[in-house]
Design a protein around this ligand. Structure first.
Ligand code: MRU
Length: 343
């Protein structure tokens, strides 16, 4: 993998610090689960599948030195801490549930077996995610083979996953299939995942891309410069509503207005069948400083009120299809999605 988002090495979790990209490539070493939790909360690592992998590795790391006497209590504490880091991406809770299941299946074999099993499972979640993304890429590239001008939002790339990416996985697969196309990258205020991360990845990958500010998307569509949109997802509700980075909804409405297909790419671990609709998805509110400041410098007058929801919900009727590793889900989502649930 050209981009090493997260690795398990010598019983440490190593992450590329995404806050410093694209100018500095610095790796952070997490030696205990609290450091992993902090890294998720502070956006050292971000993107739904990537935080799922990080949480799983955090559990494995947290239990390595757990004493036998307090082993069960410690497990609950570790899972609870990691589960409180970010609320919207369901992959985090999906990964923690997988770790819980492994814990229960192995508990009777003793603590050393549990530790081994947790470590193996975290690494399996990592490998499974890359495999899923490659499949998403294949399905997506076939669906979008005629698109020559493609818009994306936020970062749903290798950095947001264990590797290869979901929406950017589709772009990678399109390139691998010999297709020539241009990508329009929305900067994605306020955290600038598009300008900093997607631009960095596409440049590394030698995929031709143009950066725009978020308010230019409608103009480009109106001028016939966009054939398709592809974005990632943080949580897909049972009715097909999708939570993704704040601003995704705006792009989806614009795409609908201009008759442009709007695709969501994501692993089935992003589907939350227990969540009936987008209204039930918890939306994370982040620090006001992400909006009022840029790179540590204030943009707005001191004391200005700020609203900073990190995600919005795109209603299912704005989505042309959802590309998963098990295949493409077409509308009507309410009945169709049930065949693609991973747990
Ligand atoms: O706040 P972030 O950077 O974690 O938000 C990321 C997104 O919204 C991505 O589009 C989503 O997680 C899909 S990543 C494959």
């Amino acid at each position: 993998m050209a981009v090493k988002t997260i690795q398990w090495k010598n019983d440490r979790v190593i992450m590329l610090d995404q806050r410093l990209l694209p100018h500095k490539e610095v790796y952070r070493v997490c030696r205990d689960y609290n450091e992993v939790a902090e890294a998720i909360r502070n956006m050292v690592i971000r993107g739904a599948p990537a935080i799922g992998v990080a949480a799983a590795m955090g559990v494995a790391l947290g239990m390595l030195k757990a004493p036998e006497k307090t082993f069960d209590r410690e497990f609950d504490r570790v899972v609870l801490t990691l589960g409180k880091t970010r609320p919207t991406a369901v992959n985090l809770f999906w990964a923690l549930q997988r770790m819980r299941d492994v814990y229960s299946r192995n508990r009777s074999k003793g603590v050393e077996s549990v530790k081994r099993a947790l470590r193996d499972e975290a690494q399996k979640i990592f490998r499974d995610d890359i495999a899923a993304n490659k499949q998403i890429g294949k399905y997506g590239a076939s669906l979008m083979r005629n698109a020559k001008q493609i818009m994306t939002y936020c970062n749903a790339g290798a950095l947001a996953t264990a590797g290869y990416g979901t929406a950017l996985g589709v772009l990678r697969a399109l390139k691998e299939s010999g297709s020539h196309f241009e990508v329009f990258v929305n900067e994605t205020r306020p955290f600038l995942q598009g300008a900093r991360l997607t631009a960095w990845e596409l440049k590394k990958e030698k995929i031709s891309a143009t950066l725009i500010t978020d308010n230019m998307a409608g103009y480009l569509m109106q001028k016939g410069k966009v054939d398709a949109v592809v974005v990632g997802c943080d949580r897909v509700a049972a009715n097909g509503d999708v939570a993704n980075k704040i601003g995704t909804y705006t792009i989806a409405v614009l795409a609908k207005r201009h008759g442009i297909p709007f695709y969501v790419a994501g692993p089935t671990s992003s589907i939350d069948i227990n969540c009936p609709s987008g209204n039930d998805i918890p939306i994370e509110q982040r620090d006001a400083k992400e909006v009022s400041h840029l790179f540590g410098k204030p943009l707005a007058p001191k004391g200005m009120k700020v609203f900073n929801p990190a995600f919005d919900v795109t209603a299912q009727d704005l989505i042309s299809a959802i590309i998963t590793e098990k295949g493409v889900i077409n509308p009507p989502y309410q009945p169709n999605i049930r065949n693609y649930v991973s747990y």
